[in-house]
Design a protein around this ligand. Structure first.
Ligand code: UGA
Length: 464
């Protein structure tokens, strides 16, 4: 099929490459010429495992092209996917719909044949129906496009797999033609047995925000339990393991820590709440304010712990922050808890050095005043405190014994429950994971002393 994907951010770039991989002819469109030039050359403009290979294959096959022109998109495609951003309006909780509105209006103005516009962006419920009117008003007589909503559930870091093998498809449609077209677009996935839910436009829009609200709630639930655990010396990890064993609860998304960030969960729950108020059902979504507040408190908790570990004053103290992206396997620093904490520590006077395996460049752009180090050893040198805030595999695999001599104080705050505390304790580190009792460093002095004594006595025996 001839498909366009408008907006080539994290969602659109992967969707465009994925559609080409599934055999469609795809034109990706974005207003940013630099992004389009990179994509056209087969280069991913951001870090996403597997995307460079997918892009390269698509571009080489000739099935994946890129452009900055909506007129070209209108001339090329039968199905147009709208993947532009819906960021939070500054100073408000609402979603900014200007990009969605502009794309749908402009595209409709240029349409020359019957087409289907499919929204993928996360929008407040009611948007698709409003856009149907906008599109009809902009299009030439008789060429008003059909409108569908097909929310996206991909996770950054797993975006390629989530796009090629989704766990479900949701087709929000206003008629059977749109459903048939979407079935054709996703034929390969449907043939493999992927469940498809055909709904009205409003339900499809709601599925997306309801799913993200549930995920955010689950994370804040376990983080609330972490606060209680901290008050009584209990262990939130063991608690999560035990409740997660119940299949009705499930263990996934019950990892306590510094909380959620990124371009989706936070903004989506805020926009959903704001929309609920507009719809007169604000009370029904009031709990999301608590979800947000719990999330904020976890970030502040790390700052408080850092202060406590450094004797109540951060001024002039060297703090190494491991991680800048909002989660591992991503270079996305939007609303990153790691960067939030790094900034807050700096605000309190700490000398902050940040390390991240992929997000250093984006972090430096977002927070140029912080210190950065390209390798972990350099980042840790002479640190008074280490704070781990993104659970990259590289950090889980660090050897605490080798790192011990680099720092001036062997204390690590584990904001993601990522470290094997026993291993770090055995190497002389104190580990303070959120929601868990402090794991004090083992006293390694007797071990070292007795090892030295052993060596000396065997040398004496040898001499004798
Ligand atoms: C999220 C959803 O998971 C996707 O299904 C959705 O498609 C996407 O938003 C979107 O709306 O586009 P994503 O933002 O990539 O995906 O990241 P998640 O994997 O959901 O993680 C979000 C945040 O929650 C991260 O900061 C992560 O560290 C944190 N998290 C996750 C926890 O603190 N604890 C957990 O147990 C899980």
């Amino acid at each position: 099929m001839k498909i366009t994907v408008i907006g080539t951010g994290y969602l659109g770039a992967v969707h465009a490459a994925g559609m080409a991989e599934l055999g469609h002819d795809v034109l990706g469109v974005d207003a940013d010429p630099a992004k389009i030039a990179a994509l056209a050359a087969g280069r991913a403009p951001f870090y996403e495992p597997g995307l460079p290979e997918l892009l390269e294959r698509g571009v080489e096959s000739g099935r994946l092209r890129f452009s900055t022109s909506l007129a070209e998109a209108a001339a090329f495609g039968d199905v147009h996917f709208v993947c532009v951003g819906t960021p939070q309006v500054p100073g408000s909780d609402r979603a900014d719909l200007q990009f969605v509105d502009t794309v749908v209006t402009e595209l409709s103005r240029h349409l020359e044949r019957p087409s289907l516009i499919v929204g993928k962006s996360t929008v407040p419920v009611g948007t698709a129906r409003r856009l149907t009117g906008l599109a009809a008003a902009a299009a030439r007589p008789g060429l008003a496009p059909d409108m569908a909503w097909n929310p996206e559930f991909l996770r950054e870091g797993f975006a390629v797999a989530d796009t090629l093998s989704p766990d479900r498809l949701v087709f929000g449609v206003a008629g059977v033609d749109a459903e048939q077209t979407l079935r054709e677009v996703y034929r390969l996935a449907l043939d493999r047995g992927t469940p498809a839910f055909v709904t009205d436009l409003e339900t499809a829009e709601l599925v997306k925000v309801a799913a993200n609200s549930f995920l955010a709630t689950k994370i804040s639930f376990i983080n609330s339990m972490a606060e209680v655990c901290e008050a009584v010396g209990a262990d939130v990890r063991l608690l999560a393991d035990a409740i997660g064993q119940d299949a009705r609860i499930g263990r996934r998304f019950l990892d306590a820590g510094v909380g959620f960030g990124g371009g989706c969960l936070g903004k989506d729950i805020r926009a959903f709440r704001a929309r609920g108020v507009e719809l007169g059902v604000g009370d029904a979504l009031e709990f999301l304010a608590g979800v947000d507040a719990t999330n904020d408190r976890r970030r502040e908790k790390v700052v408080q712990l850092a202060r406590e570990h450094l004797g109540g004053n951060l001024a002039g103290r060297r703090v190494t922050v491991l991680g800048a992206s909002f989660k591992p396997d991503s270079d996305d620093v939007r609303d990153s808890p790691a960067l939030y904490v790094a900034r807050a520590l700096w605000d309190h006077g700490a000398l902050v050095t940040v390390h991240d395996p992929a997000a250093l460049e984006n972090a430096r752009l977002a927070a140029p005043h912080l210190g950065y180090a390209a390798d972990v050893e350099a980042a840790l040198r002479a640190a008074d405190l280490v704070v781990l805030l993104t659970e990259w595999r590289d950090y889980r695999e660090l050897d605490p014994l080798l790192l011990a001599p680099l720092v001036s104080s062997r204390v690590v705050i584990d904001g993601r429950g990522a470290l094997d505390a026993d291993r770090w304790n055995a190497a002389g580190w104190t580990v303070h994971a959120l929601g868990r009792p402090v794991a004090p460093a083992w006293d390694v002095t007797p071990i070292i002393t007795s090892a030295v004594a052993d060596v000396q006595s065997s040398q004496e025996e040898a001499v004798a």
